[in-house]
Design a protein. Sequence first.
Length: 439
Amino acid sequence: MKKSLLLIFLIANLLRLSAHTVGHGTPLKEWNFTTDAPSIEADFLKSDKNNVWLIDRNHMIKTYPISDFSSEDQKYIKDTTAFIHSLNATQTITEPAFSYLNLALILFGGVLLSFSLIQLFKQKRIVHLSYGCIGAAILLFASCKNNNTNKTSILTTVPENDLTLMRAFFEKFEGVTTHSDDDFLYISSNGLPSHDMMVGITNWQQQVPINQNYTGTNSWAIPLHPKMAENPLSTKTNLLKGAIAVAVNGIPIFNPLNNRGEDTNAIGELDQWGGHCGRADDYHYHLPPLHLQDQVGKGNPIAYAMDGFPVYGEKTKQLDEYLGKLNKDGSYEYHTIKEYPYFIASMRGEVKLDPNTQAPENQVSPQPRTQELRPALKPLRGAKITNFTSLGTNAYELTYILDSKSYVIKYNWDNSDQYTYEFIYPNGTKKIENYKPRK
């Protein structure tokens, strides 16, 4: 009878756990509170010791203290969480203490040592010590070999990413869409954040942010089944090309070091948001975008690394050498610190590298492609970007100061991918340049 009840309970929870396509006709659970707050309809995402995360039919993520829920809902939360943890439990495999070879070596060594001692006692000849030395050496070898094999091997099964939760974080931002297959969550965007850009840069290569085609097969890909790497890749000597994470607003995050191995933040290449443009006029961050914490909510990730592990904001508790921490359920997460390397000191999870790249300028694969629109320009020494403004749909204005004089770049693009740049100089003269992407 007990087994039947347990089976019914597991099936019921599995059905509830599978109902994560919020807003697509799946009935949501009604949650009741002990406070004066009205009941709500939402789907359960996850919980920890103190808080519970729910998602409503509009994909809005809400966090509540577990103590606010009714006793019935608290039991549901604890039972469901325990069931999830049981599926992702850590497996411990202890290797046998003695192999047959080890046992044979120990017996043989013991026999030689015993024979040596007996002969030495009987015949009083020092030559018999040689057998004992050989036997002792064999015993020592077998003992060392046994110590190496008699270790408990901990195999941590990393929980798979919660697809619904990940999609909710990314799709919270306007213009960001997602799709998935069995292996990856794909993030699509135009590569332009909703905040202003470029302001504060003092080391500028004259690039300005334009839209990018991060869609379809050219989307960002985050693994759904992360795995711990046996040899984590240091971001100091690897991955100086391409993104190492994707922010939840659809903007890629590159290594804090540029392709020359310089700290982009320290040398003035980054704006007040921790980003700048690459040679393809592609805007990207080099620092974790901590400002997104206000939009996703405290305790939620601001990005996902290309190995599949989430990236969180600053943490005061002790982090490991990779700037992350391993949780009790086997999951792993990165955190941010104020100084270099800022985040992801090493890529803790497994990643596939682009075979056409070499360290230190190797990159994770798959990786979306960008296309240079304008010729690569050189740094404009002494220039400081002071203003960046949207002039309407697909139109922007950037202002920079050089030798105490103000320069303006106005640019826009239309539906036919015609890009027009207007350069306005301090004396009022103008220059127009037009570009179209190469096919």
